[in-house]
Design a protein around this ligand. Structure first.
Ligand code: BGC
Length: 370
């Protein structure tokens, strides 16, 4: 079968032949890969950045945002059967820290975790994959068109979950984090897939959503934001200091730009007791100059928290898939419109090496659903 592999640390990316994986254990599921999304991490990998081949191998099969259809299940599998749709999660636990032992490898505290398609484990840019049932998350048939968004949605959901749980706990809110965010002003910075999916999840929870980017108002990102009920802020025209004057106190910033300069600039817009959650992973070295004393003074005097959030637990995939369903019911097509570029696997270079301005989510198609 075909697979897209890189040699980590170089810019070599090739279509290679790999043996088709077989089910060897009763708890395994085999998926035919339908689509795999491309994100900044994949592009960094093919540019020679952060990626590690499995031990003893030179190449790494890339791809972690997967969506597939079950073709075979092991004798002990209970939750899936042939024909079902779903995805495998990304991270695999270290096997010894308390978080991984409790199936929360997204919080691995030893740092010895692996990630399919990123760190020491082959990924999903290939025709078939096999993994354990515990890593499989089902996607209902009515969400087939957006199933490939399950992983990026899980990343947005985890970031939101962490921020809301912290606020609920420290501010002594009755109920859940969702009760805190209802009616609050949340600024989403960066209207790529993670930002727009974060905006969607925030809007579903009743937040007043502002979305900041540096594109023209009549382009697709601001249009999709508006369909989720959000208000667009053009970062080229509005300075962070003007945000509070224009929109009232900002209670939460959900950062999805991956640009350190923007991340720190925006901090000055955060209001009292505010929470700032970061999801972007800046690539390369682009040092920023920062008034450290001002940042520390603000965090302390305004009683704020900054949280970094990476990866996602199974529950975040499940919440994400449920939210994609709710969003599709509530707003119709904007969720689907997030997928702007679909290319057959043979044309992988087109989406891995280029990043057109009007692209939101690019995906590689391996097969069609049946
Ligand atoms: C992926 C996460 C992963 C992270 C760090 C992101 O692009 O979506 O699943 O944990 O990179 O490798």
């Amino acid at each position: 079968m075909k697979a897209i592999a890189i040699v980590p640390g170089t810019q070599q990316v090739n279509l290679v032949d790999r043996p088709e994986p077989k089910i060897t254990m009763p708890d395994e599921i085999k998926l035919r890969v339908l689509r795999v999304g491309i994100c900044g991490t994949d592009r960094e990998e093919v540019a020679g950045g952060r990626a590690d081949a499995p031990p003893g191998q030179k190449e790494l099969v890339i791809g972690h945002e997967m969506f597939g259809q079950v073709v075979e299940v092991g004798g002990g599998v209970k939750s899936a059967r042939r024909g079902d749709f779903g995805c495998f999660t990304v991270r695999r636990g270290c096997g010894h820290c308390p978080f991984c032992l409790a199936d929360r490898s997204d919080l691995c505290s030893s740092g010895d975790y692996t990630e399919r398609g990123i760190r020491m484990r082959d990924g999903y840019e290939t025709e078939f994959v096999v993994d354990q049932e515990k890593y499989f998350v089902k996607v209902p048939r009515e969400l087939v068109a957006v199933g490939v968004l399950a992983e990026p949605t899980s990343v947005s959901e985890k970031a939101l979950d962490e921020a809301l749980q912290v606020q609920q706990a420290r501010l002594g809110i009755n109920g859940s984090g969702d009760d805190w965010v209802k009616g609050k002003v949340a600024l989403v910075a960066g209207l790529g897939p993670i930002g727009l999916l974060g905006a969607m999840a925030l809007a579903l929870r009743g937040a007043k959503v502002l979305g900041l980017d540096v594109v023209d108002k009549d382009t697709l990102r601001p249009k999709l934001l508006a369909q989720f009920g959000g208000t667009y802020v053009d970062g080229r025209e509005t300075q962070p200091s003007a945000l509070q004057t224009n929109f009232g106190q900002i209670d939460m910033i959900f950062e999805a730009t991956g640009v350190a300069r923007v991340e720190f600039n925006l901090l000055s817009a955060l209001g009292l007791n505010g929470v700032y959650v970061l999801t972007g992973i800046p690539g390369g070295d682009r040092p920023v100059q920062l008034d450290g004393a001002a940042v520390m003074r603000q965090l302390v005097l305004r009683n704020q928290v900054m949280i970094g959030s990476v990866n996602a637990a199974r529950k975040h995939f499940e919440t994400g898939i449920a939210d994609l369903g709710l969003a599709q019911k509530k707003w119709g097509s904007p969720v689907q419109q997030l997928i702007t570029n679909v290319v057959p696997y043979a044309n992988f270079a087109q989406v891995l090496e280029q990043h057109p301005e009007n692209e939101i989510k690019a995906v590689i198609e391996w097969s069609k659903p049946s």
